[in-house]
Design a protein around this ligand. Sequence first.
Ligand code: ADP
Ligand code: MG
Length: 357
Amino acid sequence: MTTDTRTDDSGEAPVPASSDAAPGITVDSVTRSFGPVNALQGVDLTAPAGAITALVGPNGSGKTTLMLVLASLLKPDAGSVTIAGFDPLVHPAAVRRNTGWMPDTLGVWESLTAREILVTMGRFYGMDRDRVRSRAAELLEWQELSTLADQPARVLSRGQQQRLSLARAILHDPQVLLLDEPASGLDPGSRIRLRDDLKQMAAAGKTILVSSHVLSELDEMADLAVFIQSGVTVRVEDLSQEGAAGGRFLITALDPGSLHAALEHYSIAYRTEGKRRDSVSVEVASASEAADMLATLVGDGVRVLSFTPGTSRLEAAYLELDRRRPAEGPASLPGPDAGRAGAAHRPGMRPDGRGIQ
Ligand code: ADP
Ligand code: MG
């Protein structure tokens, strides 16, 4: 045993004092089946520290299963994972110390009060009584739950429960945050608040992985997006590369007639938008093509009022994925049913206690 290791309090293998592995999350060719259901069939993912990484995929694509593997609550059948440099199979206690887990619902403790939930959880993490009480009060204050702190958690609204769940996830100040569908069921105000909180934490250097099947929830906050389908990574998109995406753009002009005439003059196909009769939409291959089109229209004297992407960056990436699917074939880009053993065998209900075996 060298001096740069220490024995973990769980009795598991010695934990390196400093890990050489990159911080954040890495996932390499992870597979996991539930009987005949191949939930994960080779997922790859890298989520760097200091950024929000979106895990995007339709219902049943394996997002929750992957999150449970990362939280060391479920063993993968094959492949490897590191969290803040630690392998959950070798150092589960170190992974849990470094990981904050926000499941898709608050959980089974709803008869406890908000404060009791935080204090109990803090004690599980080995925080001393005084420290945990002050940390709980600080987090309740931060999430504007102080006045509800001594109410049973079940009386909290969905938004309040999610705020409590986020406070619970970061109680022990973890380096890595795993959030499973955190925005689902939230009203717009709560969603904006969640987005701002997560951005703040990413700016402070945390690694944040957040799943959703609703693209608009992730669009405003994510720096990176990893798309999975049928348990396989099918695309990684760097959303910080602003402007790379083309897609549909909406245009309005003070005089719609001159806009139509200019588009026809340049043989640019356009569609009049049903709801707003004065706006038209055009398809462009890239942001640079959009910028050129705008310059041309303005140069020709069209008094353009607005020129905006009609689809979000994530939507554009998702739609492109859909468009490319037939050309690339099932080997690299599975179709909706390819490899989805679950489609044929999927049980109607999941057994209770999923995620802890
Ligand atoms: P997502 O979170 O993307 O909606 P999940 O990871 O929950 O997807 O599920 C992926 C697939 O694995 C689905 O077909 C689901 O029915 C199946 N699955 C997940 N957990 C279990 C389980 N404990 N037992 C059997 N099948 C499961
Ligand atoms: Mg899920």
